[in-house]
Design a protein. Structure first.
Lengths: 399, 162
């Protein structure tokens, strides 16, 4: 008995093992972290994931290109519309088609709304984890409005499936734009309010400054993208760097931090919300009536009233559902700037109805892989702050 | 642009290439991966965006291991594909890119391709004694019965446990 105890002690160096998760309130989904503690200090953190692995990529190989859209909802479920947009952009790149202008504008509009909602969840919940409950409530009221808007547009709040290959499932309804305009005003005020609660709060500073700091070089080496990379001082944003959906025509700035710590990530996200609101305002100003889906019966389903009344449309509908689109043989990688970073879809087509291979490149997987490096030598409470600021979404991490 | 550079610096490395919809792709042998990676890193391709694989069961070199790089300065992207046969091991990139750690573990988990020199070659998404590798084309879509596959001789199991 004694010899075993000695070996254990020699092995672990008198470390205490603490399990965080898989069902811990701060793990945001089901992920598990095995912490090895020396006193209060973290000596080793071993993340264990896969609790939410559903084999999305495997399923995608057995579904048609259109049928995969609902599965993308369930990747980053805090901003599912952005996954819809990212995926359909990839298929459109494979097909080599351009979507109508209005569809592009509405995609930008809903993407930026989703970005605001995602950052609200991240900042709000990060604050709750650290102990600042109030900001969460102010922000979450705005998130509800975003979901109301999504419900108006797509009929669903969370799992939107709003986009279709070649455009959108439908146009935004009447009443969407006025509510969106009201949201712009109210959300701006709520972000200000949140900033008044947190940005100059000394307790918030104590809990976030210097925690999870990372250099720009390390962040790139770890494969960081999105707000976490920008907080480390790298001004990389695909909306500016490799514009898609006409992002080059909008006027917005990219906030960049310096130290990459939790505080900088918070500041970057707050400013990104403001910039997103700016983009939404510009979209609303230039929104013009027009089609929201390509007029190509080989790609997009014809309108229902035509399917019911015209022979040709009925045939197109049948052909699309039963045989799918005519896909070129080839492979594409298409990336969009999602709320967490670069969301990439790598599609390999052998010309069949289903993709030969779908690869989802989740932005938070490389970020989460650096978790041990980020929290080594910190306290357990700091690990919670770092985890929140990384914005790990298990649905996207595990796929 | 980078491809011409590779041709000039490392002639004969690129065995195949194509550009489709603006994506530039090169195919190289696995022996030349590390030397190519050194060159890419020097040339500014410092963000290793993704590592994944594609299974082509009827091919002799069954898998393509697919790397995506991004050059942050020029915003140029490059896809590198490395054909590898079942049972062959790939050289690890963890020495150069920390992000390769989990990506390589995921490829090992879902395709069963080993990475030589990886510090922690364990499964990432499925559990340690999960039978088979889920993204291989011959792995059943319903997953079989992962809890009752002890001694199963189905082709995706191979009687071995990784």
């Amino acid at each position: 008995m004694e010899s075993i105890a000695m070996t254990r002690q020699q092995l672990d160096g008198d470390r205490m093992i603490v399990n965080m998760g898989p069902s811990h309130p701060t793990t945001h989904g089901t992920l598990r972290i095995i912490l090895e503690l020396e006193g209060e200090t973290i000596a080793k953190a071993t993340p264990e994931m896969g609790y939410l692995h559903r084999g999305v990529e495997k399923l995608g190989e057995n579904l048609s290109y259109q049928q995969f859209i609902p599965l993308t909802d369930r990747l980053n479920y805090c901003s599912s519309i952005m996954n819809n947009v990212g995926y359909t952009c990839a298929v459109e790149k494979l097909l080599g088609i351009e979507i109508p202008k209005r569809a592009q504008q509405i995609r930008v509009l809903v993407s930026e709304l989703a970005r605001v909602a995602d950052h609200i969840v991240c900042v709000g919940v990060n604050a709750v984890d650290i102990g600042a409950f109030t900001a969460f409530l102010y922000l979450f009221k705005q998130r509800e409005t975003v979901y109301d808007l999504f419900e108006m547009a797509a009929g669903q709040r969370l799992h939107t499936s709003f986009t279709r290959i070649g455009g959108l499932f439908r146009d935004i309804p009447e009443g969407f734009v006025p509510l969106c305009e009201r949201f712009l005003v109210e959300c701006e005020a709520a972000v200000d309010e949140c900033e008044r609660l947190l940005t100059h709060n000394p307790i918030w500073h104590d809990r976030t400054k210097g925690i999870g700091a990372i250099s720009a070089e390390d962040a790139v080496n770890w494969g960081y993208t999105g707000p976490c990379l920008r907080a480390a001082g790298v001004p990389q944003d695909l909306r500016k760097a490799q514009p898609y959906l006409g992002y080059e025509t909008y006027d917005f700035d990219i906030p960049v931090g310096t130290t990459g710590d939790v505080f900088d990530r918070y500041l970057v996200r707050i400013e990104e919300m403001r910039q997103s609101l700016r983009i939404i305002r510009q979209v609303l100003d230039r929104l013009e009536p027009g089609p929201v889906c390509v007029d190509d019966p080989k790609v997009a389903l014809p309108p229902k009233e035509k399917v019911y009344t015209r022979m040709e449309s009925l045939i197109h509908h049948f052909k699309l559902i039963m045989h799918g689109m005519e896909m070129p043989v080839g492979e594409v990688y298409s990336a969009t700037e999602a709320a967490n970073g670069e969301l990439g879809f790598y599609l390999v087509s052998d010309g069949g109805k289903n993709p030969y291979r779908i690869r989802v490149r989740p932005p938070c997987l490389p970020i989460f892989s650096s978790f041990h490096d980020q929290v080594k030598g910190c306290l357990v409470a700091d690990a919670v702050a770092v985890l929140g600021a990384m914005n790990i979404i298990a649905g996207e991490l595990d796929r | 642009m980078i491809i011409e550079h590779i041709d000039a610096e490392l002639p004969g490395t690129v065995t195949d290439r194509h550009a489709f919809r603006g994506d530039q792709t090169i195919v190289i042998a696995r022996e030349s991966l590390l030397i190519l990676v050194d060159l890419l890193h020097r040339e500014g391709f410092q963000l290793l965006v993704d590592i994944t694989a594609v299974d082509w069961p009827e091919r002799e070199a069954r898998f393509d291991v697919v790397y995506h790089w991004l050059n942050l300065a020029s915003q140029e992207r490059l896809r590198v594909k490395v054909p590898v046969a079942d049972g062959e091991a790939m050289p690890t990139l963890t020495g150069r890119f920390k992000t390769a750690d989990w990506f390589e573990r995921e490829v090992f988990d879902l395709f069963g391709i080993r990475f030589e020199g990886h510090p922690n070659m364990k499964r990432l998404l499925t559990w340690d004694d999960f039978p088979g590798h889920a993204l291989r084309k011959d792995f059943p879509l319903d997953g079989g019965d992962p809890f009752c596959m002890e001694g199963c001789t189905a082709p995706y199991n191979n009687g071995e446990r990784a």
